[in-house]
Design a protein. Structure first.
Length: 120
């Protein structure tokens, strides 16, 4: 070899079109993979958010149903109390308590077979 010959520039390695296309395909596959993983992560976050929102709404609905049930029970109790106060027995008892006692009552006796004349 010749010791005095010095290469001033190193030659770059040979790069073929096939190798460049192969590198582009690898980049495209990796880019697609990253995009799909990112999209799946976004869908997962959206799913968790929707589940949480629905759970919150169902909790509110459940609380309203419990309140509705309690109000229906209270309404039934009030209806029973109203019916009790409007019943004939309670009205009679109130009327009897408000009436004065008669000292000498006169009774009207209607006999069968006797014709009575009523003056209107």
């Amino acid at each position: 070899m010749y010791p005095k010959i010095v290469l001033s520039e190193e030659k770059s390695p040979f790069v073929s079109k096939r190798w460049k296309e192969k590198q582009n395909i690898k980049f495209d596959i990796n880019f697609t993979y990253i995009i799909m993983v990112g999209f799946i992560c976004l869908l997962l976050i959206y799913y968790i958010w929707i589940i949480n929102a629905n759970a919150t709404k169902w909790f509110s609905i459940r609380q309203l149903e419990i309140e509705k049930k309690n109000l229906m029970i209270e309404k039934e109790q009030l209806d029973v109390k109203i019916a009790e106060l409007e019943s004939l027995n309670s009205i009679k008892e109130e009327d009897i308590q408000n009436m004065d006692k008669v000292e000498n009552p006169d009774y009207l006796v209607i006999k069968e077979g006797v014709n009575y004349v009523y003056n209107n």
